[in-house]
Design a protein around this ligand. Structure first.
Ligand code: A3D
Length: 321
């Protein structure tokens, strides 16, 4: 069986960590593309020169030419500007839409049979635009945001309960912005509801609710918290790790259930938009959407988030994309 190949479009902070993780896990050969001359060549050379030490054996190529991504099984896109302190993800719309349009044209020409994961912000709009320009079927075009937002939520729960994060399961749905929806009712520690554990810890339902509300707020603001601390860019280790989980599920046909920015056709009452939902990921891309029942409050939060995504997509269309 031929070795799989992953093309990374954008060789900045996230792109570099992605290349290193793929190499260390021997997940696939790597082509790292960027418009900056020599930089992707330098990064891939540097990673390759660690291969003897780390004991991995894959091919890495840095390039400034789209033709080198030909034959890629998977494409992961991080091309675009990251946020600076004080910026919202939506502030990146015009600049990153221009970049995404050119990326979609390149992928359409040289890797039209690939499966595509987009990370560039504003995420939901960039996934929508990429699919529209490339014409690659919806099931093979998706966005990474939910795996990261859910991991952030799980991390804060594990800190609060002083419990291994490995035993925490928590999910965040909706758009990748301030309106995202951490699902409190479904958050659990090996099946035990987190709310029950908080009530035991504090012996007081009101206090447990207050602590959970703070964790939900922290999750929504977590990206901005890192931006504020870094001052020169946004999170890059955790977004790369999140996309690797999705890439592994796809390349190894794992049918894992991962929160994914996927195209909805009636699921969750939404038709024709990309939104973060639990999706089964396998060798065909998004194999299916896993629907779950939501109570009135959760439904209204998700509707609010979907409306924010719709507004963003409309803004983008008004700008001519
Ligand atoms: P950065 O380190 O600036 O890397 C972006 C790279 O894109 C740079 O190397 C640029 O040279 C390159 N680039 C610019 N224009 C093009 C083009 N036309 N074609 C190819 N490459 C180009 O940013 P980063 O890696 O930190 O972040 C990348 C993107 O991911 C940003 O838009 C972030 O906002 C976004 N991001 C998303 C998440 C999610 O969870 C969704 C998390 C963190 C960051």
């Amino acid at each position: 069986m031929a070795r799989k190949r992953i093309a990374l479009i954008g060789g900045g902070q996230i792109g570099g960590v992605l290349a290193q993780l793929i190499a260390q896990k021997e997940l696939a050969d790597v082509v790292l593309f960027d418009i900056v001359e020599d930089m992707p060549q330098g990064k891939t050379l540097d990673i390759a020169e660690a291969s003897r030490i780390d004991g991995f054996d894959i091919k890495l190529k840095g390039t400034n030419e789209y033709k080198d991504i030909e034959g890629s099984d998977l494409v992961i896109i991080t091309a675009g500007l990251p946020r600076k302190p004080g910026m919202s993800r939506d502030d990146l719309l015009t600049t990153n839409a221009k970049i995404m349009k050119s990326v979609a044209e390149g992928v359409k020409e040289f890797a039209p049979d690939s499966i595509v994961i987009i990370i560039s912000n504003p995420l939901d709009a960039m996934v929508t635009l990429f699919q529209k320009v490339s014409g690659i079927p919806h099931s093979r075009v998706m966005g990474q945001a939910g795996v990261l937002d859910s991991s952030r939520f799980s991390t804060f729960i594990s800190w609060e309960l002083d419990i291994s994060v490995k035993d925490v399961n928590a999910m965040v749905l909706g758009g990748h912005g301030d309106t995202m929806v951490p699902l409190v009712r479904y958050a659990n520690v090996n099946g035990v509801p987190v709310m029950e554990l908080l009530e035991r810890k504090y012996g007081d339902a009101a206090k447990a609710k207050e602590v959970m509300e703070a964790m939900v707020k922290h999750t929504k603001m977590a990206g901005g918290e890192v931006v504020k601390l870094l001052k020169t860019g946004s999170a890059f280790y955790s977004p790369a790790a999140s996309a690797i989980a999705m890439a592994k599920a796809i390349l190894n046909d794992e049918n894992r259930v991962l929160p994914t920015c996927a195209f909805l056709q009636g699921e969750f009452g939404v038709d024709g938009y990309y939104v973060g939902v639990p999706a089964v990921l396998g060798s065909e891309g998004v194999v299916r959407i896993l629907e779950l029942s939501l109570n009135e409050e959760e439904k209204s939060s998700l509707d609010n988030s979907i409306n924010a995504v719709k507004n963003l997509v409309e803004d983008m269309e008004r700008l001519g994309f």
